[in-house]
Design a protein around this ligand. Structure first.
Ligand code: ATP
Ligand code: ZN
Length: 213
């Protein structure tokens, strides 16, 4: 059997379209019809796995996938032992703290003693620690922005791009704690054939990116 490289991308979400586009721009052809979870490329020894983005770093660490495309936010939050091999320049966003619009805010110390709802407890925890703020991290799995208006928490820490979601929930952005874009991550112990395929891919990605500049 020919050695193939397995690349994990988000099945459906904000990373999906640009991830597929990047792979196609690298000249890799595959059939992704029918909502399949796995597809083989027709002109390159690669398989594409379609997964939830949060699961991708773990699969890359385990070697189930050799490569993955995820947001740096997810890669850092999950804290898996993987290599970040390339920044991809899409899905740019930031992780920010927001509070109710009518609340006074002078600086990060104002968060002392407050509760902050987030799906990013690790990144938030590191930020608070670095700024010597004692706040209560309230980990929830979604719909974070609604937490202050229903009295679940004093503040939120969530992904922002334009800020319109914060605004429409009566919140204002007071701190940016992390800036993110999509990255390619790789398993730390790639076998030689997959390392060679990764090098070919990175060469193609660089050519695609240079052509755009
Ligand atoms: P999944 O069901 O796969 O877990 P999800 O709901 O966690 O999906 P998405 O909302 O599709 O994830 O976001 C995927 C990634 O896209 C985020 O982790 C982040 O890196 C980036 N992202 C999130 N929101 C935006 C945005 N508004 N603009 C640009 N990029 C974003
Ligand atoms: Zn997710």
């Amino acid at each position: 059997m020919i050695d193939t490289i397995r690349i994990a991308i988000q099945k459906s979400g904000r990373l999906s379209e640009d991830s597929l586009k990047l792979i196609k721009e690298c000249g890799i052809r595959f059939d992704n019809g029918g909502g399949k979870l796995k597809t083989a490329a027709t002109n390159f020894p690669a398989e594409i796995l379609f997964l939830r983005d949060d699961d991708i770093p773990g699969y890359v660490e385990d070697g189930v996938a050799h490569l993955g495309i995820v947001g740096q936010n997810v890669s850092e939050e999950t804290n898996k032992n993987v290599n970040t091999v390339h920044k991809l320049g899409f899905s740019k966003c930031r992780l920010s703290i927001g509070i109710l619009r009518e609340q006074n805010y002078e600086g990060v110390q104002d968060l002392d003693g407050k509760s902050i709802a987030t799906t990013y407890p690790r990144l938030l925890g590191e930020y608070l620690k670095a700024h010597q703020v004692q706040a209560n991290i309230h980990e929830i799995s979604g719909s974070v922005e609604i937490a202050p208006s229903i009295g679940l928490a004093d503040a939120v820490c969530d992904i922002v791009s334009s800020g319109s979601t914060l605004l429409s929930n009566g919140l204002k952005e007071v701190e940016t704690i992390f800036r993110s874009e999509a990255v390619m991550i790789a398993n730390k112990n790639l076998p030689a054939p997959q390392q060679a395929l990764l090098d070919q891919l990175l060469f193609r990605i660089q050519s695609v990116q240079e052509a755009k500049n």
